[in-house]
Each structure stands twice: as C-alpha cells, then as structure tokens.
Design a protein around this ligand. Structure first.
Ligand SMILES: Cc1ncc(COP(=O)(O)O)c(C=O)c1O
Length: 448
C-alpha cells in the first residue's frame, strides 16, 4: 500500500531531499510504502473499541443525538476525579514538581501503594514489589515483556480486553478459551486446567472488561490452587514457573453483594506467581491522569522497571506526588466511592431494568445484572431475524435507528455472532440512557 503518495514521485533519496529542504512548505506527504515497516508493525491491529468510539465521537460532533455507551471511560461531566486529588495535583505543580520522576516511581507513591494493599486487601509486600507507570497499559505491556518469550503460551478467556494485542507484541502464542453467559463470561479453574501444562502465563481480569461480571470467591481460590499445584509439579521437574497476571483495575467498583477477591488473599502460596495490574484510571475516574502500578515479585518488577524506563512510560511527577498523599486518605476515598458507585449503579441499573422490562414484554433482548466495573453485558437476540446475520449489523441498526452506540463482543476477541454487546456507563447521563432505551424499544418492537 502506498500512503501519502504525491503525484508522480518515485520516492528516491534525492527526491526526498528536494521534497523536504526547499521552502515554501508543502502539505504533500513523502512517499512511503509497506516495506518501510517492520513485520511487527505490519501485523499489528489497532483497538477495535477505539475505532468504534471514534466513529461515535464524529457523529456526536456533527450534532447527532447518540446515547454513547462505547467508551470504557468517564465523561468528566458525569464523573469527576476526587476534588481532593485535583487540589493535590495543583499543589504539586505549584511546588515545581515537574522534573523526571524516578524510573520506578516516587518512593512516596510506591510506599503508599504497598500500604494501601496491606490496609485494604490484607496483602503484605516489600516496596521493591511495586513499580509505577503511566497507567495500567504500560504495566501490562512491561509484565508481558518481562516474562513471555517468543513462542510461550499465554492462556486467557475471550471476551477479553486487549490480551490478544499484548501476546502479539511479545510474540507469544495465544491460547484463547471462548466462554459464555453460563460462567458470566469468566474463566473457571475447570476451563483453564486442560491448557496450563506448558503455558507460561494465565491472564485474568476481574471485575471483567467487557462484561461487568465479578469472579466469585470460590473460583478465585480454585484458580489460585490450580496455579500452585502446577508450580509444585514444575518445581519438582525443574521447569519454568506458570505465572498469573491478575488485572484488577476495576477492583474498587463492585455492586450489591458482589465483592472482589485476590488469589494471594485466599491462597498465600500463589503470591510468588501473581502479577497484579492496577491503577487509578477506573477506580477514581482518572483515566487521563495516567497513573498505574504493578505489585509482583521483585525479580519481575526489577525488569519491568528497566523496560518501562527505556520506553519512558512514567506517570507524570505531579500526579505521583498527589496520588501518594491521596491513597493515605481513607475517609476521603470511602466518601468518594460512595458517590461514584451510587452514580454508576444508578446508570447500570437503569440500563439493566430497561432491558429486562423489554425482555418481559417479549422483545428479543436480555442482560446480566450489574456486578462490577462500569459495564453491562446485553444480548440483542436478533441474529437470524429479518436478514440480520452479524453483530455488526445489529450494532449499525441500533446506532442508525436508535442512536444507541454499543460495542460488540467481537471487539474483545469473541468471533461468534451471538448478539452480545458491551454497554459502558461512564460517559452518559441517566436522562440520555432513558431516551436511548425508549428508542431501542421501538426498534426491537419491529422484531417481536
Ligand atoms: C481491564 C483493563 N485493564 C487495563 C486497562 C488500562 O488502563 P489505563 O487507562 O490505566 O491504561 C483498561 C482500560 O480500559 C482495562 O479495561
């Protein structure tokens, strides 16, 4: 493919020189073709979710009334970061805290993370077990890069958020296990067991993006035991360990009777094999601040620090200083979460109740009750009705005819055309949800 080719140019070196040196400036891009790109870059695919979200943003900017349930993000109009955190960041700026942070994060923030895990989760780690980065994404990438060799098997269930991309980037071999509503779209020890014998890494996220479901205590314990048993076998056989990447970026957001559990809380022997991915993006509606962290054995975090250091994926210093102080303010955090969870639950319940009311009316739709994170799983059961054969057709129908923007589970790696979608509640108001649901009802009524 040729990109930005200017008429008649051949792309030789002299022409580039001519093209770049002389003034006046030209807006034509230089010749480039795919041979300029690495094999890694050529094989990479961008985020499907961001593509869909971009389309909706364009529609909204053009004045279209869309109930936007696509972005795994918060609108600051609906969810602000904690006021005290905002003030602490401003204070840090005013104090001139604008130089490089240490490559593994400021000591104060690392200590604060370790203290927070001890206080709230009952997990005891040395300070060397944590490294700070510019959000959870660089942490996930660095964790993969630190432990996965080309050809290593990485096991995860689909739908899954982005594991396929990180496996690709580290040249691992994905072992994807398709799961369904019978397990709330979550992995179980029984589903994982047949795949772990020669695997390097198991990746689990709970509360889960995209489904908003939360793994039950018993299952967390069973999976932790599975990892410990496999590692006992490997230790005896002198083999490399099986590791567990535990992405808990939504752990502070659970509803009703649902609670978050961690493997080391329930099975302490799994601690040497567990890599926690975490940060403030979701728990404090702070996606744009870019502060994430890992908590894992120091042998792994030391290498992650070096990888992240070379990329320069540090969290900004003023935010690190502010978050270090904020994590020590338990009363303020609890107060903030009371409001945040109430507002999230209000939106997710509105969606769930609206969908359930349609189901009771006999319309082809159903949902899983909200459990955690900022998401709801909804099945628009339209495949095979009229001439609808794909989730993409359902997505378009809901967008075009109901101004209701949702993300199909295909964007999370599940290839089956099952009518399941992710609805994200962080960027919409209750009234937008009510209006959107009324329009959806009219569309679904055509299929009753
Ligand atoms: C499960 C999960 N892990 C990690 C991340 C990345 O978070 P961050 O914005 O801190 O990079 C996301 C973001 O959507 C997520 O959903």
């Amino acid at each position: 493919m040729i990109c930005g080719r200017s008429g008649g140019r051949t792309g030789n070196v002299d022409e580039y020189r001519l093209f770049y040196n002389p003034l006046p400036m030209t807006t034509t891009l230089p010749v480039c073709d795919d041979r300029s790109l690495s094999q890694l870059a050529l094989g990479l695919t961008g985020s499907e979710i961001l593509k869909i979200s971009g389309e909706i943003r364009t529609l909204s900017e053009a004045g279209r009334d869309v109930c936007n349930l696509t972005v795994g993000d918060f609108s600051p109009k609906e969810f602000r970061i904690p006021k005290v955190l905002e003030d602490l960041i401003a204070e840090a700026f005013a104090a001139g805290e604008t130089n490089y942070p240490p490559s593994d994060g400021t000591k104060e923030l690392r200590q604060a993370v370790i203290r927070y895990y001890d206080d709230v989760l009952g997990l005891k780690y040395p300070i060397e077990s944590t490294v700070i980065a510019g959000g959870a994404r660089p942490i996930i990438f660095a964790a993969y890069a630190a432990v996965v060799d080309p050809g290593d098997k990485v096991v995860y269930t689909i739908p899954s958020w982005n594991n396929a991309h990180y496996v690709y980037l580290t040249r691992g071999v994905p072992v994807e296990i398709a799961v369904g509503p019978d397990t709330n779209f979550l992995p179980t020890a029984d589903l994982l067991r047949p795949h772990i014998r020669d695997a390097r890494l198991i990746c689990i996220c709970t509360p889960l993006n995209p489904t908003g479901t939360v793994m039950a205590r018993d299952e967390v314990e069973r999976i932790a035991r599975l990892v410990v048993d496999e590692n006992e076998r490997r230790t005896a056989a002198g083999e490399r360990a099986l590791l567990l990447l535990w992405d808990q970026v939504y752990w502070m957001l659970t509803f009703g009777g649902f609670r978050h559990y961690t493997p080391p809380q329930l099975v302490p022997e799994v601690t040497p094999y567990t890599i926690f991915v975490d940060g403030i993006s979701k728990s404090f509606a702070a996606t744009g601040l870019r502060v994430g962290w890992v908590v894992a054995p120091p042998t792994i975090t030391a290498k992650m620090r070096d990888i992240l250091g070379h990329v320069g994926a540090w969290a900004p210093r003023p935010e690190q200083i502010a978050v270090a102080k904020f994590l020590g303010m338990r009363a303020e955090i609890d107060e903030f979460h009371k409001t945040m969870i109430r507002e999230l639950q209000l939106r997710l319940d509105l969606l769930y109740d609206g969908i359930e009311a349609m189901r009771r009316e006999g319309l082809p739709v159903c949902a899983i009750a909200p459990q955690g994170a900022i998401y709801l799983s909804v099945q628009f059961d339209l495949i095979g009705r009229g001439n609808i054969a794909t989730n993409e057709q359902i997505r378009r129908l809901l967008l075009d005819d109901a101004g209701f923007a949702v993300v199909p589970f295909q964007a999370f790696g599940l290839p089956q055309e099952t009518g399941w979608f992710r609805l994200s509640a962080g960027a919409v108001s209750p009234s937008q949800i009510e209006a959107g649901l009324a329009r959806v009802r009219n569309v679904l009524a055509r299929f009753a």
